[in-house]
Design a protein around this ligand. Structure first.
Ligand SMILES: C[S@@+](CC[C@H](N)C(=O)[O-])C[C@H]1O[C@@H](n2cnc3c(N)ncnc32)[C@H](O)[C@@H]1O
Length: 233
């Protein structure tokens, strides 16, 4: 792997964070050593704000707002997603998948403390196993945040599972786009984005200077010029 890069910010006004639990956890974080002890492997600021506001703006007034997250970790991003659903008041639910049992348990506790448990369903297992079956049962997917395993095969399995269920204007966010894999190593999110566009079309907006080890947060959306056709508003 190439050396990691770090663009997570630490010097900012904590009142920008959307939930008091995150504000408290983030209060003392001024370095990587701090934040891995507090909010886990989350992308931090300003990614949390981006995820929060983009989801807030993406939620459909009809209330058909199913959110999928892979890589719950300790629940920091789950809190951001669920808080956006709460604040928008348009209805919705987060379905979040985590591989590691200890992370899954910790995340459940954190989300409970954040007062958002009623908006979240937690799944324990590998996204490659859990998501295809889960997605088949979901009525649709309005928004997905893919931040579990970052190898190209995992990301493509996740994407292919949700793609048939994406509603008009749905967004898929992918963390860690910086191309860190070297020759001979499994390609990662940047390669998955190329394959997604080749196979499914759509557009990518990449924000290279957010997040950390490794940075880069991308937004993918299928629709390009037929922006309102089929949106149902
Ligand atoms: C970068 S962390 C996620 C951070 C979290 N989204 C946040 O922002 O707070 C990645 C998480 O994905 C989990 N993970 C790794 N591979 C996975 C897989 N195949 N399926 C589900 N979870 C996975 C790891 O155990 C880890 O907790």
């Amino acid at each position: 792997m190439r050396p990691p890069k770090y663009f997570r910010m630490t010097d900012y006004d904590r009142s920008l964070l959307p939930n008091p639990v995150l504000r408290k956890l983030e209060k003392e974080a001024t370095s990587e050593a701090d934040w891995v002890q507090t909010t886990g492997l989350s992308p931090g600021h300003p990614a949390w704000g981006i995820i929060y506001h983009v989801l807030l703006a993406c939620l459909h007034p009809s209330g058909e707002n199913t959110i999928v997250e892979t890589g719950t970790n300790w629940g920091s991003s789950t809190i951001v997603l669920a808080q956006a659903i709460r604040d928008a008041g348009r209805g919705g639910r987060v379905h979040t998948i985590e591989l590691d049992a200890a992370n899954h348990k910790k995340a459940k506790n954190r989300v409970e403390k954040a007062g958002l448990s009623d908006l979240v369903s937690f799944y324990l297992g590998a996204s490659e196993d859990v998501l295809p079956a889960l997605a088949r049962d979901l009525p649709s997917v309005r928004f997905a945040y893919l931040d579990g395993g970052h190898g190209v095969r995992t990301v493509m399995t996740e994407f292919e599972a949700i793609e048939p269920k994406l509603t008009h204007g749905a967004l898929v966010l992918l963390d860690n786009t910086y191309p860190i894999a070297e020759a001979g190593e499994e390609a990662r999110v940047s390669e998955a984005l190329k394959q997604i566009v080749e196979q499914f079309g759509g557009n990518v907006v990449n924000l290279p200077f957010v997040s950390w080890y490794t940075p880069g947060l991308a937004l993918w959306q299928r629709e390009s010029l037929n922006l309102y056709e089929g949106l149902g508003v």
